[in-house]
Design a protein around this ligand. Sequence first.
Ligand SMILES: C[S@@+](CC[C@H](N)C(=O)[O-])C[C@H]1O[C@@H](n2cnc3c(N)ncnc32)[C@H](O)[C@@H]1O
Length: 262
Amino acid sequence: MPKELKNKVIQPPLINQDEKPPFETTTLWDYPKQSYGKTPKGNNRFQGVTPAFIIWNMLQRYTKPGNLVVDPMAGSGTTVDVCEEEERRVIGYDINPQHPKVIKNDSRKIPLEDNSVDMVFIDSPYGDNVNYSNELADVGKISAEDSRFYEELEKVAREIFRILKPGKVMGWLIGDQWVRKKFTPVGFKIYEMLTERVEFEPIDMICVARRGQSSNTRIWHYRAQKFNFFLRGFKYLILVKKPDSKAETSKSVNKVKWQRYK
Ligand SMILES: C[S@@+](CC[C@H](N)C(=O)[O-])C[C@H]1O[C@@H](n2cnc3c(N)ncnc32)[C@H](O)[C@@H]1O
């Protein structure tokens, strides 16, 4: 491997500092950097930091100023910073907070009332690929190949379902895994858990291009070619909502639509 190719990050073009993020109209979102504007959103040195553009787009579509937004795994506080700039009320929790306004909490139990929140955004661990903390409750200690990973995240999903107001939206950012020559479709498994077991109603699925990750270096692109595997190129943003009423579950809604379109 030539020395100059090692660990050289491939940089996409930058966007203007004063620009607001583009309002997305398709299911393919691709951002050249983690944040926008003049103030930082989260900490772009925090491994696993969320692209601020994603949260901004969700706020424009699914909330109004003054609404309450919750991020149960807020890490370095990207959701907190974006919400404050956009004049939304916000509560960020994390098992290992990395932002002064993020509150320490295990998100398998969220200390909020039923039906009290207008939108939830969550960027959970995708498995045990990142060492977020030494906390026992850190879901990022469990491999995505282990069924316990989905069982623990289901507890988080049930709490999110409980605190959301009926008809309100959650976005869950998640990526697949390829390690030790094995592919795990983490995104599909989380989607199934949310819509089949917790009974969220599907809205849509967005592909978010992965650019800032540590494997986006020439040496990893070289290895992917030489050893015939693919680097992860995107994450899923799974958009779901809590049904408006108990009677309106995803299954009953789908049934009505099929009949109408026959
Ligand atoms: C992908 S990072 C979130 C990044 C964050 N959105 C940001 O922009 O900085 C995943 C986070 O989940 C947190 N986490 C893992 N298990 C948790 C649990 N049981 N309760 C709350 N947070 C947890 C980790 O500490 C980590 O900060």
